[in-house]
Design a binder for this molecule. Structure first.
Ligand code: ADP
Ligand code: F6P
Length: 324
């Protein structure tokens, strides 16, 4: 093959997600199994621009499949959003003999990968974000672990909320997307769930729900609030004033991004990482790995970035029906 890939670079970019290490491990071992060299790039595009690049062997990814975070570190890099930064990045890849690069991250990271592809470096994106907000794929690495972490934390808040007969507003991550909030809403049996995609800012409805539930004898009232709506602390003050029910806000924050990945995240990361290597070996570039209906597929990055997805209407309806 004229343009055969000999050396694959791998980096993690944007917010870390549990399972990224399993994906790195899969990339390294699948590439070596296919006779390729692997170079790890530290700290995402920032590390690429600083030439923080090192050779990776099979043993470099030993004992990481079970670990949260990313051994390659991750970063957000403004310089790489400029044409000059992207040109420099492509030149550094060529200097280090990197002819294919696998970018594990979210939409933003894929935009960077798209630019590198345009500059002659074969690139493949692997969806890694707890937010589940990448439109072309049913699954993103890290979501299952994050949602389980949040669910367990919310169960704990519920214990104390019930004991004190309080209302608790619990804010979960997700940036502009409400997937973690929706899953927690259903899995934790929350009384109200506020999703950025659906919220109508009708606080009187929340107040009425709390008062109604008190009359029915409910001892707690759990409101899951998505980060994309935010303002949980001020919302708690207003709700307490309007209902007379003691109300506390808990912002779960970055604990949702840490911890040992679940079996689902290890499995999906292993499959997606290996699939990305296979795509490069087939000579493909500017593609994103995706899971659709339980199968691995790949999309053109331009096409993938133009797609949209939103909250499933049926799941949202079920969430509301079951909270009553
Ligand atoms: P995520 O990949 O999780 O969506 P970000 O949106 O923070 O995270 O993007 C991660 C990094 O990807 C950014 O810090 C930047 O270096 C790079 N990036 C984002 N958007 C672009 C773009 N339009 N062009 C080039 N690089 C980009
Ligand atoms: O994209 C993952 C995520 O954790 C989002 O849910 C959140 O909005 C954001 O990253 C937080 O970013 P940072 O780590 O920069 O505070």
């Amino acid at each position: 093959m004229a343009n055969e890939i000999k050396t694959i670079g791998v980096l993690t970019s944007g917010g870390d997600a549990p399972g990224m290490n399993a994906a790195i491990r899969a990339v390294v071992r699948q590439a070596i199994a296919n006779g390729k060299k692997v170079k790890g790039i530290q700290r995402g595009y920032a590390g690429l621009l600083q030439e923080e690049i090192y050779d990776m062997e099979k043993q470099d990814v030993s004992d990481i499949i079970q670990r949260g975070g990313t051994i390659l570190q991750t970063a957000r890099c403004m310089e790489f959003t400029t044409p000059e930064g992207q040109q420099k990045g492509a030149e550094i890849c060529k200097k280090h003999g990197i002819d294919g690069i696998i970018v594990i991250g979210g939409d933003g990271s894929f935009r960077g990968a798209q630019k590198l592809a345009g500059l002659g470096i074969n690139t493949i994106g692997v969806p890694g974000t707890i937010d589940l907000d990448i439109s072309c794929t049913d699954y993103t690495i890290g979501f299952d672990t994050a949602v389980n972490t949040a669910m367990e934390a919310i169960d704990k808040v519920r214990d104390t909320s019930t004991s004190h007969e309080r209302c608790s507003i619990i804010e979960v991550m997700g940036r502009g997307a409400g997937y973690i909030a929706l899953w927690c809403g259903i899995s934790n049996g929350a009384e109200d769930v506020l999703l950025p995609e659906k919220y109508d800012y009708d606080e009187q409805r929340l107040v009425n729900n709390i008062i109604e539930n008190r009359k029915r004898g409910k001892k707690h009232h759990i409101i899951i609030n998505a980060e994309g709506i935010g303002h949980s602390t001020s919302m708690a003050k207003r709700i307490e004033a309007a209902t007379g029910v003691e109300t506390r806000a808990t912002i779960l924050g970055h604990m949702q991004r840490g911890g040992s990945p679940t079996a689902k995240d290890r499995m999906m990361a292993s499959l997606m990482g290996a699939y990305a290597v296979d795509l490069l070996c087939e000579g493909k570039s500017n593609r994103v790995v995706a899971s659709q209906g339980g199968c691995l597929v790949d999309y053109d990055i331009d096409e993938a970035l133009a797609m949209t997805k939103t909250i499933d209407e049926y799941e949202f309806q079920i969430c509301n029906n079951l909270s009553k």
